[in-house]
Write a protein that binds this ligand. Sequence first.
Ligand code: RTP
Ligand code: MG
Length: 139
Amino acid sequence: MTGNRTFTMIKPDAVENGHIGAILEKITAAGFKIVAMKYTQLSLRDAKAFYAVHSERPFFGELVEFMTRGPIVAAILEKDNAVEDFRALIGATNPAEAAEGTIRKLFATSIGENAVHGSDSDENAAIEGSFHFAGREVY
Ligand code: RTP
Ligand code: MG
């Protein structure tokens, strides 16, 4: 992973609501290239580890329950300035505050169930990408 990559998940709410295709369309239309992708489900242990940074937050239990309740799509995306540009494409954490046309504005239901994840730094993009993908699964 280098500075031009980010990591994303299409979260269980968006998968349940049938938005995988529309979200991938937005991502590729915005110029991101998919270099790794899988359809999978987080175990309790996976979700707790992935969101360990939030373990002391009041919403942690809810977050882990939500992220494990059904399948997700995990992907590594490539583009110049990937982390920042992808955060702009998905919009604010709370869809009520997300800009028009962003993925969360279009597809998220609430601050907790907000359709997509995007890494918040190059360092975390690398950590999160390797959490989900072996080197030979990245093209
Ligand atoms: P993400 O990590 O999933 O891309 O989201 P984010 O950076 O925009 O937000 P973050 O602060 O990292 O929070 C991680 C996820 O926790 C859930 N959350 N629930 N109920 C709440 O008040 C609340 N706050 C955050 C959301 O699923 C959020 O994306
Ligand atoms: Mg975050």
